[in-house]
Design a binder for this molecule. Sequence first.
Ligand SMILES: Nc1ncnc2c1ncn2[C@@H]1O[C@H](COP(=O)(O)OP(=O)(O)OP(=O)(O)O)[C@@H](O)[C@H]1O
Ligand SMILES: [Mg+2]
Length: 264
Amino acid sequence: MLSIHKLTKAFGPNVAVDQADIEIANPAMVGIIGRSGAGKSTLLRMMNRLSDATSGKIVYEGCDITELRGKDKRHWQSECAMIFQQFNLVPRMDVVSNVLHGTLNQRSTVSTVFNLFPKADIHRAIDILERLGIAEHGPKRAEALSGGQQQRVAIARALMQDPKIILADEPIASLDPMNAQVVMQSLRRIHEEDGRMVIANLHTLDTARRYCDRVIGMRDGRIVFDGTPEQLTTGAARDIYGADDSFSEAATSTEIQALDRIPA
Ligand SMILES: Nc1ncnc2c1ncn2[C@@H]1O[C@H](COP(=O)(O)OP(=O)(O)OP(=O)(O)O)[C@@H](O)[C@H]1O
Ligand SMILES: [Mg+2]
């Protein structure tokens, strides 16, 4: 169980996240939506402790995450892997080595400096790549892969940490609809098959509705919606996005559903 209590982050006078309260029972796939600047990334970064909260608490299985320091904080960061819009791979390094870097915080400095990876880790990296359907690209440089393939490498790297939680900040924002679909399906499968919690910031309504069990809507740093995809009506969405009657769902659509209807 992940409990977030009155979590707040202020940048000077600007309150990016304002007293957020969220309870997520394991396992869940949760989508966070809201317009640009609503506080979605800031919320995710606080969960991972990339950014410290101004006030409030994050409690995971009885442990106060906001209080962790040093080794304990690093351990938490390996328990909740982060995936970013821009993949954050090492472009000139091969795919398998990129994935192996997911184990970095579990290894000694010496083995890191000399790029020595245990055989078992290499096998595991290849297994994970296979699971994500990209093992054949293992020897290639990361930069030689398509965006969708690179994002799957980033997911593989996250899985190397064997995380309990995967935090994804706009994982498909730079991808075309077809690649976006493959990446979202990968995240969904990881959630369903491994029972990992997945929390993804998403900029499109249809993606959140389609892949998530629960959707959280943020507006001006506040949580203004928390419900099932069915409860996320056009009216509720208009409220989250702060739009008037001219609000159109199409403006927040990746047209993934339309793509689904194209026969293979
Ligand atoms: N490091 C920072 N320093 C100052 N202000 C920041 C910082 N990071 C975020 N903010 C501000 O906090 C608010 C929330 O930003 P955040 O990046 O969390 O929004 P977001 O919902 O992720 O937006 P987007 O959809 O554009 O990614 C914004 O007003 C932003 O300008
Ligand atoms: Mg963001």
